[in-house]
Design a protein. Structure first.
Lengths: 389, 266
């Protein structure tokens, strides 16, 4: 290597011969050429170093799309303006225009980069559109009855205006809580079996059936619970606990899956460290593996609850429809938010508006509960999640 | 803190030991006597079965699905592979330190050291436990660095400190034998030196078996050296020669050993 000080600066204009850095490189190349055994080596020409090129200003992507939007609007106004067509045309033409401009000004590599970035952002926006639209609709239509009456009144004896969904909120929380109480222990123990103990054909079979269970349509779970309770209590039985059983059928595979995943990422070295201390396997699982995975397991459970709390079909046939508060899941029908929203919208009565407003507010409350659960899950993971390397 | 009088640790003797992974014979016919209160280094190229043999001493080998051992390993006069031997009991007497430091991430420094005792649900008075933790940390030359933050997580320590924490954790249960699987290979030279000094100290109380790829380390810190080799891929590893470290590194009786320690291959 040459001992000359090499220049470290951005070489914008390649001038190969008279810079010390370039000279030393050339000398280096020559030295290697001399070392090489083959006599006649063609002189190696190194490509000029280019650090900077012409780059579009930072606002160019936005500017191009905005320009295209104006242009398309002008063109469309000739034949009559259409909002949907305008948006779609702007997105498509804007992307193409950006690629073309970038390719002309910046060259093909940067153009490809900009094109792909644009496509990714557009896909993201497309995916977000229905969600934003849904949230907007639910919030704007549900806000009308988002008042204290809604959270303090049931529908007992209410016809027309007023009334609330306190019975449905109680029902949702009780039924979901019972479902969680049933499925969390079963799910976590099953996951421990699959990840820590199971092997061979039995494990494969169980994993397969858990996967199948994940795909069970929710109405089938409802029918299962209905049929199960009908055997013991005769046909036509409706209980809160039936709904909880139906939801547990849906929840167990989700809990098993997420817990299994969390147990899998607990490094084997921790299990070995524990075994090497003479700790038996079950204690290793209880005291080392589960605490390490705890944050993830709790998060998985909360997300599983959020996933099943909005189920409608299985609860419609197992817990029934009722207008008054019932807090005993083992006695009589029980209302819940999803079914409340469904039945309020389906058979609103005369006049329909108050009932339809209540349905939207019920949907809003349900979304809020799910959102709180999700935020809670994130918080739990941040606060208690163990850093696993 | 009164100094504890050095006790005679136990010896390890392997006889006709064959180690398998499923149908694959990984290590063939090991016969070796590991002397008590000495450091025995296992050297050899990668894949020749040093670690497999080390893990078989405290029956960690069989934790890998399909892996099993034939033959016997005597801890003093008890066969750890006897049909009625309990692997959990064996591991309480033969501790192990791993290649990468692996403190329990959910536990504090204190709890990591106390883990062996706490996890085995022994009822110990808090003051006794405090004494054991302090003694183990002092033994691992870590006490002065962590005494003010025993409640902090063990993962917050540096790599070298974590490894010494793992050694303290292994010694807290007072095993007879300490197995070390390349304990310094993930550490920088300063931490390595700290670990090597520690090994020299620990042999007063324990029988130490250490796997290492670092020949200087073997020659610096061990009393005896065992050389393992493998004839080729798919062939089982075997013990070529075991002797005092001095003899192995200066005048080995086997040509293969000489080639290896003189750096002619491997």
């Amino acid at each position: 290597m040459s001992t000359e000080p090499t220049e470290r600066e951005h070489v914008t204009e390649p001038t190969p011969q008279d810079r010390p850095a370039a000279r030393s490189l050339a000398a280096n190349a020559q030295a290697h050429a001399v070392e090489a055994p083959v006599g006649e080596q063609p002189t190696r020409v190194r490509p000029p170093v280019q650090v900077a090129g012409t780059v579009l200003p930072w606002w160019a992507p936005w500017g191009i799309v905005a320009g295209v939007a104006v242009l398309v609007a002008a063109l469309l106004s000739i034949s009559g303006f259409n909002l949907a067509l305008w948006v779609v045309a702007t997105v498509v033409v804007g992307g193409i225009a950006q690629y073309v401009v970038s390719r002309v000004v910046e060259g093909p590599r940067r153009a490809t980069d900009r094109g792909v970035t644009y496509a990714v952002v557009a896909a993201f926006a497309l995916a977000l559109t229905p969600l934003v639209s849904l949230l907007y609709t639910v919030v704007s239509r549900g806000a009308a009855r988002f008042d204290s009456t809604f959270f303090t009144w049931s529908m007992r004896g209410v016809i027309g205006e007023g009334g609330g969904a306190v019975h449905a909120i109680y029902g949702t929380l009780i039924i979901t809580g019972c479902a969680a109480v049933i499925s969390v222990p079963i799910g976590i123990l099953a996951a421990i079996y699959l990840q820590e103990y199971g092997q061979g054909r039995l494990k494969r079979a169980l994993t397969f059936f858990v996967d199948v269970m994940t795909g069970i349509p929710s109405i089938v779970a409802g029918l299962f619970a209905f049929a199960l309770f009908s055997i013991f209590f005769g046909p036509g039985i409706r209980l809160g606990i039936m709904g909880a059983v139906a939801l547990a059928v849906l929840m167990i595979p989700i809990v098993v899956r997420s817990t299994e995943e969390m147990l899998r990422i607990v490094p084997n070295s921790l299990r070995e460290a524990s075994y090497a201390l003479g700790v038996p396997k079950w204690r290793t699982i209880v005291k080392v593996v589960l605490p390490t995975a705890l944050g993830g397991i709790v998060t998985g459970v909360v997300l599983a609850i959020a996933r099943i709390i909005g189920e409608t079909a299985p609860l419609l046939i197992t817990t029934g429809v009722v207008a008054s508060v019932n807090t005993n899941p083992f006695d009589g029908r029980m209302q819940n938010l999803a079914v409340f929203a469904f039945s309020s919208y389906k058979s609103p009565g005369v006049p329909p508006e108050p009932s339809i407003d209540r349905a939207w507010t019920a949907a809003l409350v349900l979304i809020l509960i799910v959102m709180i659960l999700n935020v809670g899950a994130r918080f739990i993971y941040r606060r208690f999640g163990t850093e696993i390397r | 803190m009164t100094a504890i009088a050095p006790v005679k640790a136990k010896s390890v003797k392997a006889t006709n030991l064959n180690l398998y992974y499923g149908n694959f014979l990984a290590v063939k016919d090991v016969n070796i006597t590991i002397e008590p209160n000495k450091v025995t280094a296992l050297i050899g190229s990668s894949g020749c079965g040093k670690s497999t043999f080390l893990r078989s001493i405290n029956r960690m080998h069989e934790l890998i699905p399909g892996a099993y051992a034939e033959g016997e390993i005597l801890l003093d006069h008890t066969n750890v592979y006897a049909p009625d031997a309990d692997p959990v009991q064996v591991r309480r007497q033969i501790g192990m330190v791993f290649q990468a430091p692996n403190p329990f991430p959910t536990m504090s420094i204190y709890d990591n050291v106390a883990a062996g005792l706490k996890l085995n649900a022994k009822k110990i008075k808090k003051s006794d436990l405090d004494a054991i933790v302090e003694r183990s940390l002092r033994g691992a030359n870590l006490w002065d660095e962590v005494k003010d933050r025993l409640g902090k997580p063990g993962m917050g320590l540096s790599g070298g400190q974590q490894q010494r924490l793992c050694i303290a954790r292994a010694t807290a249960v007072e095993p007879d034998v300490l197995l070390m699987d390349e304990p310094a290979s993930a550490l920088d030279p300063i931490s390595t030196l700290a670990i090597e000094d520690l090994i020299t100290e620990l042999k007063k109380e324990y029988t130490i078996v250490i796997v290492t790829h670092n020949m200087q380390q073997a020659s610096r810190s061990s009393d005896n050296t065992a050389f393992f080799n493998i004839e080729g891929t798919g062939k089982p590893g075997r013990l070529v020669e075991v002797d005092t470290t001095e003899k192995i590194f200066s005048n080995p009786s086997n040509k293969e050993t000489e080639d290896y320690v003189s750096g002619r291959f491997g």
